[in-house]
Design a protein around this ligand. Structure first.
Ligand SMILES: Cc1ncc(COP(=O)(O)O)c(C=O)c1O
Ligand SMILES: N[C@@H](CCCC[NH3+])C(=O)O
Length: 413
């Protein structure tokens, strides 16, 4: 459930008219709902009630500092995958003790930065990375808490580009190699193996694969326990899907119940790293129709947002619901909604039934709060859009629209 709704013949973001935000800030425009973020974050918190737990929002889904700060005030930790994300998290006031660091290619300077900050733990993705963290921790004379990311070889039944827990994927270690890594870490004076991690994929619409992975991990923690390695943190990653179209993904409460059942009697702190399930339906992107165009084959609606603003349709063929900001009763037409970028892959929707549109109309692209702005680029030298955070009747510009000067600011002329 989210707080974008049609009332009095127009679209509202909480208590603010979307049309008013468009007048103030222009298009393309990302609009987030603070109440929706809160609701989704608290749903995870409630789902894990009764268990020691930490919900670490996945910064890659939406890395706006203001949004991170909002989640931080609710008690969120974060999952980061780069020094840049660490920088954002610290700027947002996230307690370092609530930060976990994932990713297959952590660089030496990023490891140093994370150790200096005092993060909770590194989710280690290879034996070489573990050695590197050990070396750096020794140089810095500090102990690095680590968790090994296990690749459980479970099919998450999602888009192949965002499936991460199959043995052909680059993520994590298989259990044999992980055993060696844990034994190495146990002996190392500057490594403390405190956790076990897995993240099998994103936009998961079934709970079964997560439970299958969890059960494999629990068997492994028992084996390690027998070798004197006590796992304290079990990080199950993110991955819960959201409704873009007609999917009915499991709710955080379903996941919570499955975890509680599987963990019965164990003393583990559970960490989850949701990104999309918290931010996805807490954001929309608004765009304006520039032109319409009829060819012998198709009707095109050319809008001012493009694949540089929201790449998911082009990259994954992803579906995003698109509706008029101010609905009309014009007749329906099948159209492609396309952007100004010089690529045929630049579309927001294909063969979509929409009311006959005209230049100047505004459209809301829903479910754009996760992997929307965070994946935006300046391709075709298009300044990136503005972002606004709405909270009740208040609206705050949390990132201004880029200018032409911004486009070349880092270039050396
Ligand atoms: C390690 C890790 N944790 C968490 C997430 C967040 O996933 P999601 O947005 O599907 O919850 C991702 C992205 O898939 C990830 O790679
Ligand atoms: N970027 C993806 C999700 C990838 C998750 C990253 N591990 C999306 O837009 O759906």
């Amino acid at each position: 459930m989210d707080y974008f709704e049609y009332r009095e013949g127009q679209l509202w973001a909480e208590e603010v008219r979307v049309a008013e935000l468009v007048e103030r800030f222009g298009t393309p425009l990302y609009i987030y709902s603070a109440k929706t973020l809160t609701r989704h974050f608290l749903a995870f918190d409630a789902a894990l009630k009764g268990l020691d737990h930490l919900t670490c929002f996945s910064v890659k889904a939406n890395s706006n500092v203001n949004l991170l700060r909002h989640l931080g005030t609710l008690g969120a930790g974060v999952d980061i995958v780069s020094g840049g994300e660490l920088y954002r998290a610290v700027r947002a006031g996230i307690a370092p003790a609530k930060i976990v660091f994932s990713g297959v290619g952590k660089q030496a300077h990023e490891i140093r930065e994370a150790l200096s900050a005092g993060i909770l733990m590194f989710n280690v993705e290879s034996s070489q990375e573990l050695e590197c963290i050990g070396r750096i921790a020794q140089e810095m004379q500090t102990v690095a808490r680590i968790s090994i990311r296990i690749n459980p070889d479970v099919d998450p039944k999602t888009h192949p580009y965002i499936s991460t827990g199959l043995k052909e994927n680059k993520f994590g270690l298989d259990m044999l190699e992980a055993t060696g890594a844990y034994l190495m870490a146990r002996k190392h004076p500057f490594l403390d193996p405190v956790g076990m991690d897995c993240h099998i994929g994103s936009q998961l619409t079934q709970i079964g694969p997560i439970v299958e992975a969890l059960e494999k991990l629990l068997v492994f923690t028992d084996r390690l326990h027998a070798s004197g390695i006590a796992i304290r943190y079990l990080d199950l990653g993110g991955g819960l899907g959201i409704t873009y179209d007609d999917e009915q993904p499991p709710l955080p409460a379903d996941l919570g119940r499955a975890i509680s059942t599987a963990l019965a009697g164990r003393e583990l702190t559970v960490i989850l790293e949701p990104g999309r399930a918290i931010a996805g339906n807490a954001g929309i992107m608004v765009t304006r129709v520039l032109y319409t165009k009829k060819t012998p084959m198709k009707h095109f609606v050319i809008v001012d947002a493009a694949m540089n603003d929201l790449v998911r349709p082009s990259l994954y063929g992803a579906y995003h619901r698109i509706c008029e900001v101010t609905p009309t009763d014009r007749g329906l037409m099948t159209v492609d909604v396309v952007g100004p970028i010089c690529e045929s892959g630049d579309f927001l929707a294909q063969n979509r039934l929409l009311p006959a549109l005209a230049p100047g109309d505004t459209l809301a692209v829903f479910s754009a709060g996760a992997y929307g702005f965070s994946m935006a680029s300046q391709y075709n030298s298009r300044p990136r859009s503005a972002e606004v955070l709405v909270d009740g009747e208040k609206s705050l510009l949390v990132r201004r629209r880029e200018t032409y000067e911004d486009l070349i600011a880092l270039e050396v002329e």
